[in-house]
Design a protein around this ligand. Structure first.
Ligand code: NAD
Length: 445
C-alpha cells in the first residue's frame, strides 16, 4: 500500500530514507530548515556524498514521488506517516541534544490536522518517544485542537557509504510502540523491505530506543578492544593482523569489526557512547566499560601523531606530512569526529604542514579547518606526496590499497609510511625502501 509521507531532516538518514520510501512507490515530502540544502535538492544537488543516492533522488523527484520543502504545514497536510530524522548531536556535557527533535515535535503539534503515525528515526535516549508524545500533544492543545496520533520508535541502522543498500535491504526493522494501530501501519509501509524473510522486530518503545545505543556501544567496544590488543601487541612483539585473523576464525567472534586502527570517529559512535554513558550516570549507574571504550578511543586517535612525532624525535616544525584519507571512513565525505582532524591539529600545533588527498572529503575538510597556509588539499594521492617528508594513511579508501611503493619512496624526502589502517604488508613496504609503521604490528615501539 503506498502512503503519503512527511519526513523532517534531509541528512544522511532522512534523505536516504525518504528516497528509498519513494523508490517503492510512496509519495514523500522532505522538510528541512536548511534553505540552501532544500534549494539544492530541488535542483538535484546532493548535500553530501553517498553512493547511489543521487540517482535515486533524481529519479523519484522526476517521477513526482519525492519533493523537498521548508514549509512543514504543506508537507504535513496529506501525510499519514511523519518521520523525524533530524540530528541529535552531543550537548556540552556529552548527553544527546534533543533540541532539533523537540522542535520538530512542536512543529508537528502546530500543523497536524488529522490522525497520523509519528516515527522517530533519529537516535534518541530512552524516554524520548514519551517526551515527543507530550510535546506534540501540548502543541495541539495549545491551539485548541483535538488530533489523534501515535509515536513509534524506529531507530535507523544504516551505515554511511552503504546507506542506500542498507535502507533498501535492512537486516532488521525495529518497531517500538504500544499502539497496535501504529505498528500495523508501519508493517504495511515496510512490506516492500520485508519480503523474503521476517525482518520486523516488535518491541516496547524503551527497548527499541536502547537497542540502537546498545548496538553502537557493542561495535565501539569491539574497536576499542582491538586497539587495546594492538597496543599490547606492539609491546610484546606480536602482529595484531595475525592475531585478528586468528580470533576472527572463531565463529563466536567473527571477522567483522575487529580491525585495529586510528580510532573510531563519525557522527554516531563517539556521540552515542557518550550519550549512553551520560544517561546511565543520570540513573545512578556508573558505566565502566563505556568509559574505558571512550578513553581507549581518544588515546588511539593520538596514535598516528605519536608515531610520526617519535620518528622525527619530536622535531616536527617545518616538516610536511602527506595524508591519504580525511573522512572518518571510506565511501563518505563525512568529517565528523574524523581521526584525521585530531592528527592534523596535533601536527599543526607542532609547526608541521599537511598535504592531504581524499577522494570525496576534500571540500568538507576545507570547511571544517578553514583556509590555512599549513593545509593543502590535493587533487590526487601522488600530488599529496610532492615536497612531503612522510606519508600517513588515515582512511582505508580502496584506492589506497595497492599503491606504487617505488613511486612513493622517490617522492618522499624521508621515505616512511605510517599505515593507520594496517593496509600493507610491512615486509613489502620495507623491501621497496620505505620505513613502515603500522598499528600494533610488533615493531612500532
Ligand atoms: P545530519 O546532521 O546529517 O542531518 C540532520 C538534518 O536535519 C540537517 O539537514 C538539518 O538541517 C535538519 N534539521 C535540523 N533541525 C530541523 C528541523 N527542526 N526541521 C527540519 N529539519 C531539521 O544527521 P544524520 O547523520 O542524518 O543523523 C540523523 C539522526 O540519525 C541522528 O540522530 C543520528 O544519530 C541518527 N543516525 C545517523 C546515522 C548516520 O550514519 N549518519 C545512522 C543511524 C542513525
Amino acid at each position: 500500500m503506498t502512503m503519503k509521507i512527511a519526513l523532517y531532516g534531509t541528512g544522511y538518514v532522512g534523505l536516504v530514507t525518504g528516497a528509498c520510501l519513494a523508490e517503492v512507490g510512496n509519495e514523500v515530502t522532505c522538510i528541512d530548515v536548511d534553505v540552501d540544502r532544500i534549494a539544492g535538492l530541488k535542483l538535484g544537488r546532493m548535500p553530501f556524498h553517498e553512493p547511489g543516492l543521487a540517482e535515486l533522488v533524481v529519479r523519484n523527484q522526476a517521477a513526482g514521488k519525492l519533493d523537498f520543502t521548508t514549509h512543514a504545514a504543506s508537507a504535513l497536510a496529506p501525510a499519514t506517516v511523519i518521520f523525524i530524522a533530524v540530528g541529535t548531536p552531543p550537548a556540552a556535557d556529552g548527553s544527546a541534544d534533543l533540541s532539533q527533535v523537540l522542535a520538530v515535535a512542536r512543529s508537528i503539534g502546530k500543523y497536524l490536522t488529522h490522525r497520523a503515525v509519528v516515527v522517530i528515526k533519529s537516535t534518541v535516549p530512552v524516554g524520548t518517544a514519551d517526551r515527543v508524545q507530550v510535546e506534540i500533544a501540548r502543541a495541539i492543545t495549545a491551539r485548541g485542537a483535538m488530533v489523534l496520533f501515535d509515536v513509534v520508535a524506529n531507530p535507523e541502522f544504516l551505515k554511511e557509504g552503504e546507506a542506500v543498500e542498507d535502507c533498501l535491504r535492512p537486516e532488521r526493522i525495529l518497531l517500538g510502540s504500544q499502539s497496535r494501530r501504529a505498528i500495523s501501519v508501519l508493517r504495511a509501509l515496510y512490506t516492500p523491505f520485508n519480503r523474503n524473510h521476517e525482518r520486523v522486530l516488535e518491541m516496547d518503545t524503551r527497548s527499541a530506543e536502547l537497542t540502537k545505543y546498545a548496538g553502537n556501544a557493542m561495535l565501539a567496544t569491539k574497536i576499542s578492544l582491538m586497539n587495546e590488543m594492538a597496543n599490547i601487541a606492539e609491546r610484546v612483539g606480536a602482529d595484531i593482523e595475525q592475531v585478528r585473523r586468528g580470533i576472527g576464525a572463531d565463529p563466536r567472534i567473527g571477522h567483522h569489526f575487529i580491525y585495529a586502527g586510528a580510532g573510531y570517529g563519525g557522527s554516531c559512535f563517539p556521540k552515542d557512547v557518550q550519550a549512553l554513558a551520560r544517561a546511565a550516570l543520570a540513573q545512578g549507574y556508573e558505566p565502566r566499560i563505556l568509559a574505558a571504550v571512550e578513553a581507549v578511543n581518544s588515546a588511539q586517535k593520538n596514535k598516528l601523531f605519536e608515531l610520526v612525532a617519535r620518528h622525527f624525535h619530536g622535531r616536527l616544525a617545518g616538516r610536511t606530512v602527506a595524508l591519504w584519507g580525511l573522512s572518518f571512513k571510506p565511501d563518505t565525505d563525512d568529517m565528523r569526529e574524523a581521526p584525521s582532524l585530531a592528527l592534523m591539529q596535533s601536527l599543526w600545533d607542532e609547526g608541521a604542514c599537511v598535504r592531504a588527498y581524499d577522494p570525496q572529503a576534500g571540500s568538507q575538510a576545507r570547511e571544517c579547518c578553514g583556509e590555512r597556509a599549513d593545509l593543502v588539499i590535493c587533487e590526487s594521492p601522488y600530488q599529496a606526496l610532492d615536497g612531503a617528508d612522510v606519508l600517513v594513511v588515515v582512511t582505508e579508501w580502496k584506492l589506497f590499497r595497492s599503491p606504487d611503493f617505488a613511486r612513493i619512496r622517490l617522492a618522499l624526502k624521508e621515505p616512511a609510511i605510517f599505515d593507520g589502517r594496517n593496509l600493507y604488508e610491512p615486509a613489502e613496504v620495507e623491501a621497496a625502501g620505505l620505513a613502515y609503521y603500522g598499528i600494533g604490528r610488533g615493531r612500532s615501539l
